[in-house]
Design a protein around this ligand. Structure first.
Ligand code: ADP
Ligand code: MG
Length: 706
């Protein structure tokens, strides 16, 4: 059996495709595909010594075998080992099972054993005829995927390990003297001898595992260091503040002309956190190397104005700034706000603001493209329409990406193509879902981070309540109270991925039900429905009506997820809250609590058929009630989902850490070691460093963040 892709053009088999899906292509990929757990078939446990809940291998003789119909058809077999009996139960079975399990057969049986008042039992154990040699090593069980049987992947992995080892691909690259070598570690992890502690293998504390984690972290840090050094070689436009009056520079970084003018027209005074991050960004922008900065700040912390100030600095220096946002509604909101602030200032300089979106009319779009190409549009706001090939900038120097986690790596890279020659744009990414520190250190070592850790003054904390769907009527009463007080309400319906049609039905029904309920209680209230199938112009009209308080209740699918800013809205109802992710719930809740009035968020949940709520869903709802702090929410989210999903959901197309687990202190220590080791290795033994990275990174991929 060949497990590496053959050089011939023979079509790939199903199994080969399944292996590729797991990232298994090169021999070394197979060698680094490590077992999930182990089965100990090296010894036989006698029933007398068995313990409840253990996975054991016993040897026993069949004393009875019959098909029973207790609720469900099942094969029930009794076996005897010494004086102890055990009942085996099979719900799926074939005549061949019955033959092999005939009375009098002596069998070797493996499975999880349970003890109850009725004695020992096993459900669906594996079995084979007794006798034959016992395994010498623990049997590895590998992570696999549909259509790839354990036996197949096991052979493929062992084959890859053998070839990689024979070709010397496992030679040492990471300078760690007090741990077993990579070759020995892999041999041990794939074929552990019975004297190795299964516990140490399975909790990954074994030195062989430590070697793998350390190597992986070193590869990650090397790859990020390389990315950072490459970036340092790139050039970007230096964007001096107030180029006309450089003499002011010493008096504080925000003394620029347009920046100053913008500050003067803002309807509020920036918080000290906003001023601090603005200075951090300004200090990057004056450099002639590209900024790569993440601006994180909770929902409502006021990131937009910081972006506007950076844009002002860029424009003042004579360049263009692009602001990319994930949804059209958000694009329009930003547009409205930034236009309100900046347009009069730009007009005085014969400049304008342009916006781009996928659903724009052709004529309008042509006009916008012309303004962008001529340089008249100093600020360009839009959705991913901005990165399309037809868009040509005259002199782009700064790109701001809002809600950065909603864009993939590829989309951000495409933005870089928009500058001229070998110049790169400065990049400012904004996010309301912060990355916990341990992850930031590891995954985003190549990224500078600014944090807004303070909300604008006068915000009242949002009270969050969990309410069962069966008590919907109470919620309607709450809505009526808010409306009578002159407030507005959001009602969000969930997105069910498989079926947009079902979403619409749900949202439409909710809309109608609310309309009916309010028609009685408060006939003047207007309820509108917003969902993805409504045409853009109408969406815009509905949003504007809501902003002007001509509509009081906005029922919506998750199209309002980010960015909507209506301070008079004080109640957020989220239907089927158990189906939303934690970050998403937090984002949605952030739509209220933007004004001076007290706000509330109601999480309506439904239980499954057996009246229960899943553990993860429960933990998410509890986190929402416990805290409104975005950083704490992010920490809980990470706890609930683990780093793979937490980060994977934020950024597609990047390699995650597979083995190192940064919630563990030992692994954090390895991270610090890797951070200290990477520069020396890259400087003194570049060929070894490159070999090390190639081992861990399939060609053409990069670690996340790099
Ligand atoms: P986010 O960080 O979620 O993008 P926004 O930039 O939308 O937050 O700001 C939320 C609201 O707070 C907006 O209405 C904005 O105008 C307002 N705001 C921003 N900064 C301040 C401030 N320093 N004082 C008062 N209000 C502010
Ligand atoms: Mg925002």
């Amino acid at each position: 059996m060949s497990t590496t892709p053959s050089s011939s053009s023979a079509p790939k088999t199903h199994a080969q495709r399944a292996l590729e899906k797991l990232g298994l292509v090169r021999d070394i990929d197979f060698a680094l595909h490590l077992p999930l757990r182990y089965e100990d078939e090296t010894h036989i446990t006698s029933l007398r010594d068995a313990r409840h809940g253990e996975t054991v291998q016993i040897e026993a003789v069949v004393t009875s075998s019959e098909i029973q119909f207790k609720g469900k058809r099942q094969l029930v077999v009794t076996v005897l080992d010494g004086a102890e009996e055990c009942t085996l139960r099979f719900f799926n079975f074939y005549p061949s099972h019955q033959r092999a399990l005939a009375v009098g057969e002596r069998l070797r049986i493996r499975g999880e054993i349970k003890k109850s008042l009725l004695g020992w039992s096993m459900l669906h154990p594996t079995f084979k005829a007794a006798g034959g040699e016992l395994a010498q090593v623990l049997t590895a069980v590998y992570p696999t995927t549909a259509g790839l049987p354990q036996g197949y992947i096991r052979k493929a992995v062992w084959g890859g390990l053998l070839r990689a080892s024979q070709r010397g691909e496992l030679s040492e690259t990471a300078p760690i003297s007090h741990l077993p070598s990579l070759a020995d570690s892999l041999e041990l992890l794939h074929h552990p001898t019975p004297d190795v502690s299964v516990v140490e293998l399975e909790d990954q504390s074994h030195p062989a595992w430590q070697r793998l984690k350390a190597e992986e972290l070193l590869a990650q840090q090397l790859s990020q260091l390389q990315a950072r050094r490459e970036r340092a070689k790139m050039r970007a436009e230096a964007l001096p503040l107030n180029p006309m009056g450089k003499h002011l520079m010493g008096k504080g970084l925000h003394d620029g002309g347009l920046v100053q003018a913008l500050l003067a027209v803002l309807p509020f005074k920036p918080t000290s956190a906003q001023t601090r991050v603005q200075r951090e960004i300004a200090a990057d922008l004056v450099q002639s190397k590209p900024m790569n900065r993440l601006l994180q700040g909770d929902v409502g912390s006021g990131k937009t104005v910081v972006a506007a100030l950076a844009a002002a600095q860029c424009i003042e220096a004579g360049f263009q700034c692009a602001l990319m946002v994930p949804t059209e509604i958000l694009a329009q909101q930003h547009f409205a706000k930034l236009v309100g602030w900046l347009e009069p200032l730009l007009a005085a300089r014969d400049l304008s603001v342009a916006w781009l979106s996928g659903t724009q009319k052709a004529k309008e779009r042509r006009e916008m493209l012309a303004k962008i190409e001529s340089g008249e549009a100093a600020l360009v706001v839009g959705t991913h329409a901005i990165i399309q090939s037809k868009v040509t900038f005259a002199k782009l120097a700064l790109v701001v990406v809002d809600e950065q986690h909603r864009f993939g790596v590829a989309q951000r890279l495409a933005l870089k193509e928009k500058t001229q020659g070998d110049m790169y744009p400065h990049l400012l990414m904004m996010s309301a879902t912060p990355i916990p520190r341990t992850l930031a250190m590891s995954y985003y070592a190549d990224l500078d981070v600014s944090t807004i850790d303070e909300l604008p003054p006068g915000r009242t904390p949002i009270v969050t309540k969990i309410v069962a769907m069966s008590k919907r009527d109470e919620v309607v009463r709450r809505i009526v109270d808010q409306l009578k007080a002159g407030r507005q309400v959001y009602w969000v319906c969930p997105l069910i991925e498989e079926s947009e049609a079902v979403d619409l039905v749900n949202a439409t029904e909710t809309h109608e039900a609310l309309q009916a309920a309010l028609a009685v209680a408060l006939p003047t209230a207007k309820v509108e429905l917003l969902h993805s199938k409504i045409v853009t112009t109408e969406k815009k009209a509905i949003m504007q009506a809501f902003e002007k308080n001509e509509v009081q209740v906005l029922v919506s699918t998750t199209v309002i997820e980010v960015g909507v800013d209506v301070p008079n809205a004080t109640l957020m109802v989220i239907e089927h809250a158990e189906r939303f992710g934690l970050a998403q719930l937090h984002q949605l809740r952030g739509r209220v609590g933007r004004g001076l009035a007290a706000s509330a968020c109601v999480l309506l949940y439904a239980t499954n058929e057996s009246g229960r709520l899943g553990d993860a869903a429960k933990a998410r709802l509890k986190a929402m009630v416990d805290t409104t702090d975005g950083f704490e929410i992010a920490r809980r989210d990470l706890d609930i989902r683990g780093p793979g999903e937490f980060l994977g959901a934020r950024q597609s197309g990047a390699q995650m850490l597979r083995f190192a687990d940064l919630s563990q202190e030992t692994d954090q220590a390895w991270l610090r070691w890797a951070q200290a080791t990477a520069p020396t290795l890259l400087d003194t033994q570049q060929d070894v460093a490159v070999r090390h990275m190639e081992r861990w990174l399939p060609s053409g991929t990069a670690f996340m963040g790099a």
